[in-house]
Write a new protein. Sequence first.
Length: 236
Amino acid sequence: MRRSKDQAFGYVVRYDLNFAPHVSRGLFSLACCKPDVRKLAEEDSILVGFSSKKRCPDLRVVYWARVQCKRERKDYWSHYSKRRWDNIYEPDGRGFILHENGYHEPNKGDIRGDMKCHSVLLTREYWCFGCGTGTCPGIVIPQQFQDVIKRMTGARGHRRLDKLDKWPEFRKWVEKQAQRYKTKSVFISRRKPEPKTWEGWSPRKGRDTCDCWSRYWREKRSSLSKAGKAAKAGRC
């Protein structure tokens, strides 16, 4: 049986909107979507997100992360910032309360997927190559790996990358590209994620919640605007 440090999970990131996974303040988290990946992955497991064929004609790597910490959803809510976009489920003793967010709505299939697993994957050791805009993100995969990865990502769900024959070569290539890739989204740290709470934050207060979401939409519009200008200029 393979050890957790040998495990590598790959899947297609249909929408690169900085929600699943979410990156903020040097912390990478996968708290929503992909319940099977969140259930099976352990510390030292590697996660790789690939671009969608519908959005990119050529296959790309959107992100690469090594799991440093695995927590339960209730602990994620209690010990981490409520301003994190994917921290949207509050435990109430009987289950979870879904808080207002710009991604998952009540009575949708996404909620059922989130609730299949209550584990949250966290790390400060990651490389994010996407733009966070839903455009064509990531770095193009060389032709020598294209066929193998395309077959692997042809179906829904996740795949075990460490079972591929070319996995060692592909891993070395991604790590080499990451070292050369210059972006603020690249963050490497061996320090494990530590819980951090925000003083004065109360999700039950309507004013605080509204203020938070007002800031959220301002930041969202600003990031989309900047990314759109960069794409037009050929820099994205």
